[in-house]
Structures are given as C-alpha cells and as structure tokens.
Design a protein around this ligand. Sequence first.
Ligand code: F6R
Length: 243
Amino acid sequence: MTLCTYSGEHELANAVATEIINLIKEKPTAVICFASGNSPKLSCEHFVNMALSADVETSQFFFIGLDEWVGVPPAMRGSCHYDFQERIFNPLNIPSSQYHLFDALSTDLQVECDKMDKVIADKGGIDLMIVGIGMNGHIGFNEPGTKFELRSHVVQLDPITKSVGQKYFDQQMQLEKGITLGFEHLLRSKRVLLLANGISKAQVIKQAVEGPVNIDFPASVMQLHSNGTIMVDEAAASLLSEN
Ligand code: F6R
C-alpha cells in the first residue's frame, strides 16, 4: 500500500480521474467499481469531463456499484444507485448493459449477492476499485468486525453508519441493512484507490495507515493490498506521524 497526499481536493480528483482515463485507454473493457458517497463525487466529475473533452471511448468499460442501502428505492436521492446514475451513467450515456448494481429491493438478497459475485467472476475480476472510508473505518458496508474473506454479503449497519448516512437523504431514513462487496473482492482487485478529503477524515486515515491490521478497523485491510493507494488531501493527512 502507498499513500499519496494532494494539496487540495481538485488535485486529488484530477489524479483519480487521470488514472481511470489511462486505464480505459489501455484496457477499454476494464471493470471498474465505484463507491458512492461524498468522497468520489469530485473525482467522478473530473472523470466525466476528461472523458468527454478528450473524446475517450467509454462504451466498453464495465461498472460495478460497491454497495447499496437495503430497502431504499434506486430512484431516491441518497441511494447509491441514484448517485451512479447522476454522476456517471447519465453524463456518459452508459446503458444498463454496461453496469451491474445490487438490487436492494430484492426479496432474496442472497440471490443478489450470488449474482454480483458471478458477474465479477465472469468479467475476470475487478481492475480498479475506488472507495471511501467511513467514520467507523468501514469500506463499502464492511462494518467493524467483518471478516476479510467475504465476498458480497448483507450486513446489519453499525449505529455510526446509520446516523452518518442520514446526510445523503432529504428526509429522515430508517437505515438498517446494507448490501456490499466484501474484502475478498477488494483484496483481489488489481488496483484499489481509497479517497479521503477534509479534517473530519484525519483520525480514520491515521488509523487506516498507522494502526494494526484488524477486522475491528476495516480500512486497515488496505495495508494488505500490494497495489492499493490511499489518496488524501492535506487536511485528511494532518494527523499522520510523518507530518
Ligand atoms: C458508499 C460507501 C461508503 C462510503 C463511506 C464514506 O457507497 O461505500 O463506505 O464510502 O461511508 O462516505 P463519504 O465519502 O460520504 O464520506
């Protein structure tokens, strides 16, 4: 795992977008998994702008959605599906044949997990994962205590996730469960970028980078990835020992 610090959020987003564009140019059929949430928002904007302005061929890459809130309709602002649609599918005209997202309204969520695992396996694995970090150290909805060996699974959300998650919605939500890729996917992904901006992420970044590797702090899994990079702005890096 490496750590890269950027002077600001635009510099960080630009680096992320450049990496996505380079991957797509090199391997047009690349499988790319995104988190939703605030951390990758600007990177998505930069990616879309670069793809459109440089006329990059985006008709062959395959998009995987990292996770979803169980029971939240895809068209509702705040769902991961909504973010992906607004940020990437609509601006780049990506058809539904070019992505796979969890159906979190399914009556059989285990089937959804199996489907996701099969899609990833059939595509030959994930080339690039772009993830954020939660205030409890989660990645996706891999909450504290989640085994690193899991593939897609359904989780009971941690109280911190239920409370912080309210920020994405226009109304108070009853958030109980999530459906998410697991760390087996992350550890097998050829490349992983974990993004964090702002002073509010400084403590969790310190723990992810300098703390012990332990399922009680899920983002410590990044230390096990030989081609993973934690990309932070100066504020998120401010508590690291080398500063
Ligand atoms: C969202 C997701 C979550 C977020 C994390 C950080 O799809 O997977 O793990 O990445 O909670 O959220 P933000 O980026 O909003 O601070």
